[in-house]
Design a protein around this ligand. Structure first.
Ligand SMILES: *Cc1c(COP(=O)(O)O)cnc(C)c1O
Length: 382
């Protein structure tokens, strides 16, 4: 097992992997078995009994993910949403949650539709303003859910300041690190208690699997309960998906750095385009979170949003006009996607109607730019 001091790009390839002892296979086999042999005395000396409890392929993945986020343990789930559920299930009725105002809409939706009737209340808060978060804390507040960069407005929150605030008030602090990835940001280093990923996105990277993970450090007091939710709740990822994700993690660093570089370049080009009224990306110096993003992480991200001069229909027309960008939700894959975000978020969406979200893939930037500029021709310029 490589030591912990290796660079994340190296850990992504080696941690949790070993040459298969019985065959010499360099790429680990997929352990599809749901059940494992007991010894005559009833023990499981090889550590595995039943795949809901633990599975060798999942175990390899969890070791790799824990290392990438500099945590002591990673707990994998069948989707990012199942990972979110697991974190919220650590709470008790009567407790209260604060969550980033423009956090992933599915997380806000879970709180509203699934947890409200179990007696868990929540408030949306602008986590880019530490004072606003402090003001919103109630005696029954137990958990602070932070998404930075947020989605789709790419707001940047101060993780270290929020971690300290959480410690003072006895809160569990959680960071959904899906957009930044561990390549650009390690929230545990800033003192955050839990990191959540939808591994469906950048970590999977190829739009061909669903997965989620919760990662924590050695001091997290509800670690056993989290494992219990995974093993007894049973929302575990299939071995094949774990293996696909391990394969994708090997190329994580090169993929996301290339995606983020293209996104930053496209953000700069869009900001200068006459059909565009605003661009949201932390690499732009005019972005309100630019300085903070530079201090606490790398101000990079393969996702960007922009608004066009015009209304909701104008934005829909642009989205309808691209040929290379595929109209689809999700993000983080090698293929670029374009989305009219307010449509997918539904009626109570806080997202501006003229906002378009782009997930930048690995196509050549000149081809992407040509596709965008042609689609933007439908906007009558002011
Ligand atoms: C997609 C996403 C989720 C939910 O993950 P699923 O794998 O779709 O269940 C959570 N948080 C963020 C930031 C996401 O983008």
């Amino acid at each position: 097992m490589p030591p912990k001091s290796l660079h994340p790009d190296t850990l992504a390839i080696h941690r949790g992997r070993a040459v298969d002892k019985s065959t010499g296979a360099v790429t680990a086999p997929i352990h599809m078995s749901s059940t494992f042999e007991r010894d005559a005395d009833g023990d499981y000396p090889r550590g595995f009994s039943y795949s809901r409890q633990a599975n060798p392929t999942r175990h390899s993945l969890e070791q790799c993910l824990a290392a990438l986020e500099k945590g002591s343990e990673a707990v994998c789930f069948a989707s990012g949403s199942a990972a979110t559920m697991a974190v919220l299930q650590l709470l008790q009725p009567g407790q209260h949650v604060l969550i980033t105002r423009d956090a992933y809409h599915g997380t806000r939706h879970q709180l509203k539709t699934l947890f409200a009737h179990w007696g868990i209340s929540h408030d949306l808060v602008d986590t880019t303003q530490v004072a606003a978060v402090e003001k919103a804390i109630r005696p029954e507040t137990r958990l602070l859910w932070i998404e930075t960069p947020s989605n789709p407005l790419l707001g940047i929150s101060d993780l270290a300041a929020l971690a300290r605030l959480g410690q003072r008030h006895g809160l569990i602090t959680v960071c959904d690190n899906t957009l930044a990835t561990p390549v650009f940001q390690n929230p545990l280093d800033a003192g955050i208690d839990l990191v959540v990923h939808s591994t469906t996105k950048y970590l999977g990277g190829h739009s061909d699997l669903l997965g989620g993970v919760v990662i924590h450090g050695p001091d997290f007091s509800q670690a056993e309960q989290l494992r219990e939710i995974q093993a007894s709740g049973g929302a575990v990822p299939a071995p094949f998906d774990c293996w696909l994700l391990l394969r994708s993690l090997s190329s994580l660093g090169v993929r996301v750095r290339a995606q983020a570089a293209s996104a930053a370049d496209l953000a700069r080009r869009l900001a200068a385009h006459p059909a565009v009224s605003a661009v949201f990306h932390p690499a732009l110096p005019e972005h309100p979170g630019h300085e903070l993003a530079k201090q606490q992480s790398v101000p990079d991200c393969g996702l960007l949003s922009f608004t066009v001069h015009g209304d909701r229909q104008a934005a829909l027309d642009v989205v309808a006009g691209t040929r290379l960008f595929t109209r689809a939700t999700s993000l983080g894959g090698v293929e670029s996607l374009i989305e009219h975000r307010a449509s997918i978020e539904g009626k109570d969406s806080p997202t501006p109607g003229n906002l378009i979200r782009l997930s930048i893939g690995l196509e050549h930037i000149d081809d992407l730019w040509q596709d965008l500029t042609e689609a933007l021709e439908v906007i009558s310029q002011p």
